[in-house]
Design a protein around this ligand. Sequence first.
Ligand code: COA
Length: 177
Amino acid sequence: MSELLPSVRRLQSVTDVEIGMLADVLMDCVEGGASVSFMSPLTRDRAVAFWRVVAEAVKAGERALLVAEDAAGLCGTVQLIYDLPENQPHRADVAKMLVHRRARRKGVAAALLRSAEVTARECGKTLLVLDTVTGGDAERLYARLGWQRVGVIPNYALFPHGGFCSTTLFYRDMGAD
Ligand SMILES: CC(C)(COP(=O)(O)OP(=O)(O)OC[C@H]1O[C@@H](n2cnc3c(N)ncnc32)[C@H](O)[C@@H]1OP(=O)(O)O)[C@@H](O)C(=O)NCCC(=O)NCCS
């Protein structure tokens, strides 16, 4: 594990204890209404199964997994997805930016995003791409940290408790920084 920003680090492998804490973070976000691939209720078994797949991808070098920690344990996470078509070796997708409700509005997501950018640059990536719920807290975060807003896809996904949400596409040209 290498230290990046204060309280944020990259996991090179993921233990069962860490998978349990990451499952807690994911379940809390879904319960709180975040549209992050899952419908409510998200069972612990499904959340753990999701993180086991991520852990395998980390082991295979297909993803970088960053985590933030507070006194109670892991409280936030974000991923860089490297497993992309062979004609896109220079870019990564940013995915699953999740901060437990207990740790929000303290700059955890901003630190995770900055650390993800540093990690991507260290891995030779020059373009990052992500999508996020239109009008949500994360959209402000990416805009604030200098990401370029591309546009909106209406009715892209469902909120976990039902109802459509739109998504906004963002990119960051690392070469331009
Ligand atoms: C979106 C999300 C990741 C933001 O996490 P966070 O750790 O609260 O983000 P930050 O603390 O960096 O910024 C959030 C706000 O707190 C403010 N803030 C940051 N540090 C602060 C501090 N020390 N004191 C007061 N406010 C602070 C920021 O300015 C920002 O304000 P804004 O919402 O008015 O723009 C979090 O709400 C979340 O996990 N949501 C559910 C999952 C989700 O939607 N993920 C996005 C997938 S793309």
